[in-house]
Design a protein around this ligand. Structure first.
Ligand code: BQF
Length: 289
């Protein structure tokens, strides 16, 4: 089995981005600037934002972190968003999800200037993507597309099964893989919590993409021999033997599948690092106007 090493690939792409930023700096051009808004104290969100800020440093981007308290009003958050829209030095920014329950994510999302929406979450960018027009692609699906491309995994004519229908992973992933082009041209089936007879679908998949958020839910009996497995899950499961008290595991039973499939992403070190690198690629694009 081939391990689809997202960590190593992300380092390769970051080195390429750094070369490009160095060239921009030498030419006196605009240094890409990513801002992140982090609301509250969700521990996972803190880790993710730290990963993003550190990655910016590695490639020579400027980054800004705006921290707001858990009990910030929606009005004050929207005021921060308006400030970032108006800040000419900020090329792109993200509002880290999830937001506290008293804040309406859709309202915040609609306030983000689509030109600075490097997460590709606003309706304008989702619409452009769906029409196959140039747009900022959502980070996780774009990271997976980059991974398929760089590893030379053909998708044309293949049966792809996507588990999960979220706005940020399952739905855009299905759209990207079914559109014209390579990667793309696949026959895509989307499964979700209301799918009946899931096994029928998963066993037919040449490429199985799991984005459901259930630890090790995909087991060997569910997959076809020689399939390619993309594990998007990042689940914290209790583990008393670890210093942190938990370990990360995917939506896929990696050890159970590794002798049956042809290629698979590990967790950690698979899709996660590719997600972060996609955000950097979008930010570079945003800085070029
Ligand atoms: C790794 C995310 C769910 C909900 C909101 C590297 C990341 C994760 C894992 C990371 C994620 C997941 C991010 C690894 C950003 C990916 O080595 O396996 C990087 O930082 N991610 C996010 O910002 O919001 C999320 C998952």
């Amino acid at each position: 089995m081939q391990v689809l090493d997202g960590k190593a690939l992300s380092e390769t792409i970051k080195a390429e981005l750094k070369d490009e930023v160095d060239a921009i700096r030498s030419a006196g051009g605009k240094i890409p600037h990513l801002a992140a808004v982090l609301v509250g104290d969700n521990p996972a969100s803190h880790v993710y934002v730290r990963n993003k800020v550190r990655s910016c440093e590695q490639v020579g981007f400027k980054s800004s972190l705006i921290r707001l308290p858990e009990d910030v009003s929606q009005e004050d958050l929207l005021a921060e968003v308006a400030k970032l829209n108006a800040d000419e030095d900020v090329d792109g920014y993200i509002v880290q999800l999830p937001l506290p329950k008293h804040i309406d994510e859709d309202t915040v999302n609609l306030a983000i200037d689509p030109k600075k929406d490097v997460d590709g979450f606003t309706p304008v960018n989702i619409g452009l993507m769906t029409l196959g027009l140039p747009s900022y692609l959502p980070a996780t699906p774009n990271g997976i597309m980059t991974m398929l491309e760089r590893y030379g995994i053909q998708t044309t004519g293949k049966e792809v099964v996507v588990l999960g229908r979220s706005n940020i992973v399952g739905t855009p992933m299905s759209i990207l893989l079914s559109r014209k082009g390579e990667p793309g041209n696949a026959t895509v089936t989307m499964c979700h919590s209301r799918t009946e007879g899931m096994l029928f679908h998963t066993k037919r998949a040449d490429i199985l993409i799991a984005a459901i958020g259930k630890p090790e839910m995909v087991t060997a009996d569910m997959v076809k021999e020689g399939a390619v497995i993309i594990d998007v899950g990042i689940n914290r499961v209790e583990d008393a033997s670890r210093k942190r008290g938990y370990r990360l595991c995917g939506d896929v039973d990696y050890n159970g599948l590794k002798d049956k499939v042809s290629a698979m992403t590990p967790v950690p070190g698979g899709v996660g690092p590719m997600t972060v690198v996609s955000l950097l690629m979008n930010t570079l694009q945003a800085s070029k106007g």
